[in-house]
Design a protein around this ligand. Structure first.
Ligand SMILES: Cc1cc2nc3c(=O)[nH]c(=O)nc-3n(C[C@H](O)[C@H](O)[C@H](O)COP(=O)(O)O)c2cc1C
Length: 208
């Protein structure tokens, strides 16, 4: 993020959620360096930026200061290896309001296997998952980063996940799955195996 964006973002943060249609999918496409080349209408609506303000900008234009650095570190480690990654992210709209999403990526490579584009899809996350599990964890990671740096927030995250015997993606999958099950949102939960395969779970979530 360039200095100007960061300064602007810090000045405009408002502790209010963006009102948006949470059945929609927010999409964007970037080059290999995370520079925005396309944003769908939902992205434009939810972020509050015009598309001409987004094109050519680094994706951290919507980075929220409440997001711990370690989450993006792990996200980029996966993306650069050509691996999809599901992260729960708090984003910052132009208005200063926030919106929480879960990510899904597709990675496009050229004939030589070099990454040329990333396609990001984002869905809403149940509020309960955010307030009961993600906010407390991210707050802790942010505090550790402020005190000791990202090296130690990463160590904490590894320890936290080791205790749960889950990877980060497995952990958030389980949080959302358990929430859906408790809500009995889908009748088929009765018949579905408790341990739904990870890929299948996220394909269903992103309806693809
Ligand atoms: C396709 C794609 C979509 C992304 N979507 C988001 C997003 O919704 N919110 C976000 O903060 N970062 C997103 N990122 C990550 C940003 O590029 C960036 O790493 C992040 O905002 C943290 O900023 P920093 O790397 O400057 O610390 C995305 C990256 C890619 C490649």
């Amino acid at each position: 993020m360039n200095q100007e964006n960061q300064l602007q973002n810090r000045m405009t943060v408002i502790d209010k959620e963006v009102t948006w249609d949470k059945t929609q999918v927010i999409m964007s496409k970037t080059n290999a360096f995370g520079i925005i080349e396309y944003a769908n209408e939902v992205f434009v609506d939810v972020s509050g930026y015009e598309d001409y303000e987004l094109m050519g900008q680094p994706h951290n234009i919507i980075r929220h200061p409440d997001m711990p650095k370690v989450i993006f570190k792990v996200l980029w480690e996966n993306l650069k290896q050509g691996k999809n990654f599901h992260a729960i992210v708090k984003n910052l709209a132009k208005s200063g309001r926030y919106y929480w999403v879960i990510t899904d990526f597709e990675i496009a490579k050229d004939g030589n296997g070099v990454i040329v584009n990333y396609f990001g899809r984002r869905q809403a996350v149940p509020q309960e998952v955010i307030s009961l599990y993600i906010e407390p964890l991210y707050k802790k990671l942010l505090q550790i980063e402020a005190a000791s740096g990202v090296e130690f927030s990463e160590k904490y995250l590894i320890g936290f996940l080791e205790e749960k015997k889950r990877s980060y993606v497995e952990y958030i999958k389980e949080l959302i799955y358990e929430h859906e099950k408790a809500q009995s949102k889908f009748a088929q939960y009765e018949e579905r195996e408790e341990e739904e395969e990870e890929g299948g779970f996220f394909r269903r979530l992103f309806k693809r």
